[in-house]
Design a protein around this ligand. Structure first.
Ligand code: HEC
Length: 497
């Protein structure tokens, strides 16, 4: 019979442990990962997030390199334009000097040739054409004519010419861009420049205004102009090709440099991502292993609790069988032992299946134990009323066991002796945590009370001796404040783990 009981209990134990295993593994990860995901989902999600961050960093780096390259390229281009403009200004200044030299001499005489004909525009001047004593024909060449002829000598070089909105010579008429520039000079502008595509070539154009000085009036007074008037301008046009070639070399160098920089940066970002990912994987693996280990430990502890409870039940079964074989009068002490063992088994029973394996709610336990004892002693609740006033107090197993045994003894005492012969009354079980942190457990009844002059501390009763011994184990005190009936209060300091 004992064998049957024992095997049955073990079989149940294994089934329950086997069933509880996966649940605990899940439980372990839940508390660690703070999310209901499985261990494989968490790393996958974290890694996707890491990859996303690094893709963003890579894109940011690419954008930064592109911006820098764009900036350098546009700088190279504006450098080329500035250089071309500087050359145009140099040409303008040199032309102006030569022109002024010519004008200050009122023009210069050159031999009349096939290409240099007497200028009809100077017809009004008295000595436009002269003859040397040897009979050579000379004609006066003004500044505009000279400049035109000089530039015609080099058709591939820069072009320079004089322009005016009201030209004496229609050849000096401005094109639309020059007209625009000339008009802007009367509004106070000092220079106009632009890069334009002309005849399929990019060219830099520059126009600066010309102001009539004293020497100019001699020939230009006929048009009604006065000294100080702006009269047209000098227009220079340069091919951009040589300057672009210089810029292009700089641009290629910048492009190669930036591409190299971009690649180095990208490699660095990739390596950083790689090593972070490795570290993350290692950490996640360690966490999974830790969670597994914790889960295993929890399962083991659960199993232990269950075994302890089962063994206590086997012991109580054995004691019960032993008691059965004795004459009725001698059974009492053994039955009492059975109760004590069962009150301990109840603690392990309550611990089993709980998340927190080391502690239990003693209030809940006290409720279970009182109802067990009322049943065991066949006390009818309408005769002896039970009043429970229990706070939910978490106790460590080390304290819960002696405390549970004390409750068992005090309650048994009340149930057995306080209400003899069907006497009615009330039993109070109260559990409180006081303001000073002490826990008090009170068991009181309004029964017949202890015999007069009874010193319970000196009592030979096993139950009360157990109460005394266990109270001192708890470093606590037990007081009896009975005035008719029994009223025991156990007070002890709660152990904080
Ligand atoms: C010797 C006479 C002479 C003097 C001095 C002279 N010019 Fe002229 N200039 C001309 C003639 C003639 C033309 C037009 C014919 C041509 O293109 O050859 C002309 C053309 C110009 C033009 C081009 C527009 C046009 O009318 O065809 C400008 C601009 C101009 N002169 C400015 C000046 C300035 C400024 C000075 C003084 C620094 C000056 N000239 C001195 C005779 C002169």
């Amino acid at each position: 019979m004992i064998g049957v009981v024992s095997n049955e209990l073990h079989a149940t134990s294994f089934q329950r442990v086997a069933r509880s295993r996966p649940a605990h593994r899940r439980g372990g990860h839940t508390s660690l990962g703070a999310s209901p995901s499985t261990p494989n989902e968490v790393p996958a999600r974290d890694q996707a997030r890491l990859r996303q961050s690094f893709i963003l960093i890579g894109l940011g780096w690419t954008a930064a390199v592109c911006i820098s390259l764009g900036w350098v390229l546009s700088d190279e281009w504006s450098d080329a334009v500035a250089l071309a403009r500087q050359s145009a200004i140099t040409a303008y200044e040199k032309d102006t000097l030569y022109r002024r030299w010519n004008s200050e001499h009122g023009g210069v005489y050159v031999p009349v040739t096939k290409d240099t004909r007497p200028n009809p525009a100077l017809q009004s001047l008295p000595e436009r054409d002269i003859e040397t004593p040897s009979g050579r024909q000379l004609t006066l060449v003004n500044h505009a004519y000279m400049i035109r002829q000089v530039y015609e000598m080099n058709p591939n070089g820069p072009e320079g010419r004089l322009v005016s909105l009201t030209p004496i010579n229609p050849k000096n008429s401005p094109d639309p861009w020059e007209s625009e520039a000339l008009r802007s000079f009367s509004a106070g502008r000092k220079e106009s420049d632009a890069v334009q595509v002309m005849n399929g070539q990019r060219r830099l154009r520059l126009v600066r205004p010309l102001v009539l000085e004293g020497a100019c009036i001699r020939c230009h007074a006929a048009q009604g102009h006065r000294e100080g008037d702006i009269y047209g301008g000098m227009s220079i046009t340069l091919a951009m090709a040589p300057y672009e070639a210089g810029a292009r070399a700089g641009m290629v160098a910048a492009l190669i440099g930036h591409a190299g920089l971009w690649l180095v940066g990208l490699t660095g970002i990739f390596l950083a991502w790689h090593s972070l990912r490795e570290r993350m994987l290692e950490r996640q693996q360690a966490m999974v292993a830790l969670a597994d280990a914790l889960g295993d430990k929890a399962v083991l502890l659960q199993e232990l609790q269950h075994r302890v409870k089962n063994n206590l039940q086997v012991i109580s079964s054995l004691l019960n069988l032993e008691a059965d074989s004795l004459p009725d009068a001698a059974q009492g002490p053994l039955r009492m032992c059975v109760r004590r063992v069962q009150s301990m088994a109840l603690i392990h029973n309550q611990l089993y299946g709980k998340e927190d394996l080391g502690r239990l709610d003693f209030g809940e336990y006290a409720k279970g134990l009182t109802s067990d004892l009322f049943q065991a002693y066949c006390v009818r609740s309408e005769v002896v009323r039970l009043r429970l006033d229990l706070d939910p107090i978490l106790l460590d197993v080390k304290q819960a066991i002696p405390c549970g045994l004390i409750l068992n003894e005090l309650l048994t005492n009340s149930l057995k002796y306080a209400f003899p012969g069907g006497r009615a009354g009330e039993i109070l079980v109260a559990l409180h945590c006081q303001d000073n942190g002490l826990v008090s457990l009170r068991v009181a009844d309004n029964g017949v009370g202890l015999p007069p002059g009874f010193d319970w501390k000196q009592s030979k009763s096993l139950g009360l001796r157990i109460v005394n011994i266990l109270a001192s184990q708890l470093n606590g005190t037990v007081r009896n404040e009975a005035e008719g009936g029994a009223d025991f209060t156990l007070t002890f300091a709660k152990q904080t783990v």
